[in-house]
Design a protein around this ligand. Structure first.
Ligand code: ATP
Length: 275
């Protein structure tokens, strides 16, 4: 399988059920996908097909997971790239990479006998930051322009239908050209999980781990306000490591508490200003 920007396109896809919380985001995304799936009716009514969906929200909240689940839901191949991979010193290289990405999605779909492909572009703000903000850097503009050209060229009649899913945690700096009708005209907000969402995520990430009887995931969910899904995954993993270190056969509530503290400490260290 081909690789775009170092990332394999053969990543394991997941189901929406594997994503904890995010009920609103999942519902909105699924609604958009159901709409896209209704190819014949869309065509007969002359509706413009949805070409792009933008997921926005803080880091580690499951945007990549949602894009993968979308690809599986659509029975599409999944091709992923990150905005930062397109930005090069040499003018034109970024635009060329955008073209390659679209071409690769089509080729991969055809090779696998699929009629659609999802192109996921993480950190799309790097590529689609407001034009002219990069000190007039030509490369960014050409890369963004190429993405717009590619998206404008998509049609409901294509042999392989492409859907571009972009993700960003900086909606505020996105070039408005990306949000114009016919581009990323559906937006889905992906927020930090609430308590119920956190509990669901903790349950998902401990389902294959031996938990002691004293564990209350509800309590951990209650005390982890502000944690993202990625933080909670770390809590589950750290708790298992602590248990292992202690030679325990099961993860106890104390292990989970210690893991929460560790993740909070790690965050604090990350945020310390560099010397
Ligand atoms: P970034 O903006 O940093 O790219 P993201 O929003 O795309 O982050 P993901 O890459 O989807 O976040 O999440 C990172 C990891 O965190 C996932 O692989 C998963 O282990 C965990 N995770 C995040 N959100 C959830 C969730 N809602 N349910 C289950 N696991 C989650």
């Amino acid at each position: 399988f081909a690789v775009v920007g170092g990332r394999s396109t053969e990543e394991r896809l997941i189901d929406f059920e594997d994503i904890g919380g995010q009920e609103v985001a999942k519902k909105e995304l699924r609604e958009a996908l159901d709409f896209i799936k209704d190819v014949e009716r869309i065509k007969s009514l002359g509706i413009r097909p949805i070409k792009g969906i933008l997921l926005s929200g803080p880091p580690g909240t499951g945007k990549t997971l949602l894009a993968k689940a979308a690809a599986k839901y659509m029975d599409s191949v999944f091709v992923a790239a990150s905005g930062s991979e397109f930005v090069e010193m040499y003018v034109g290289v970024g635009a060329q990479r955008v073209r390659q990405l679209f071409k690769q999605a089509r080729t991969l779909a055809m090779r696998q006998g699929k009629t659609s492909a999802v192109i996921f572009i993480d950190e799309i703000e790097v590529l689609g930051g407001k034009r002219g903000q990069h000190h007039g850097h030509l490369e960014y503009d050409q890369t963004l322009n190429e993405l717009l050209v590619q998206m404008d060229g998509l049609s409901g009649d294509d042999k392989v239908r492409l859907l571009v899913i972009g993700a960003t945690n900086r909606l505020d700096i996105l070039d408005p050209a990306l949000l114009r009708p016919g581009r990323f005209d559906r937006q889905v907000k992906v927020d930090l999980p609430d308590k119920t969402g956190r509990l669901h995520i903790l349950q998902l990430h401990t389902r294959n781990k031996p938990l002691a009887d004293d564990v209350s995931l509800e309590e951990i969910a209650r005390d982890t306000f502000g944690f993202s899904g990625a933080h909670l995954e770390s809590v589950a993993n750290e708790a298992a490591i602590i248990a292992l270190r202690e030679g325990a056969a099961q993860i106890t509530h104390a292990h989970l508490r210690a893991a929460v503290d560790k993740v909070i400490m790690g965050e604090k260290l990350d945020r310390l200003p560099s010397p």
